[in-house]
Design a protein around this ligand. Sequence first.
Ligand SMILES: [Zn+2]
Length: 116
Amino acid sequence: MQTYQGGCHCGTVRFEATTDLATVISCNCSHCSKRGLLPTFVPPDRFRLISGEDALEDYQFNRRVIHHLRCRHCGIESFARGKTPDGNDVVAVNVRCLDGVDIESLKLTPYNGRDF
Ligand SMILES: [Zn+2]
């Protein structure tokens, strides 16, 4: 487990997330594939929003269980808030937005979100 810092492009949204990056999802759904998201899921107690709460714009689609939060200044979705299937809060951190992570070194876990 390591604590990473991350955020949006313009720097308004900044956060810390503690994760081992063991499961980084490459999802083929219409939203993830168009945005190029690479989410990893952490419980809320391993995520701390440092700045930018006021700049977050919410986007929802489909079953509207996930709050896709993009910075209203630069448009980058650095994380999303949602629920696990058993109803617990979870944060989907976009690994592309973490500082110092070599994306090419990650083993991505495919997820067939297109069919849900
Ligand atoms: Zn921004």
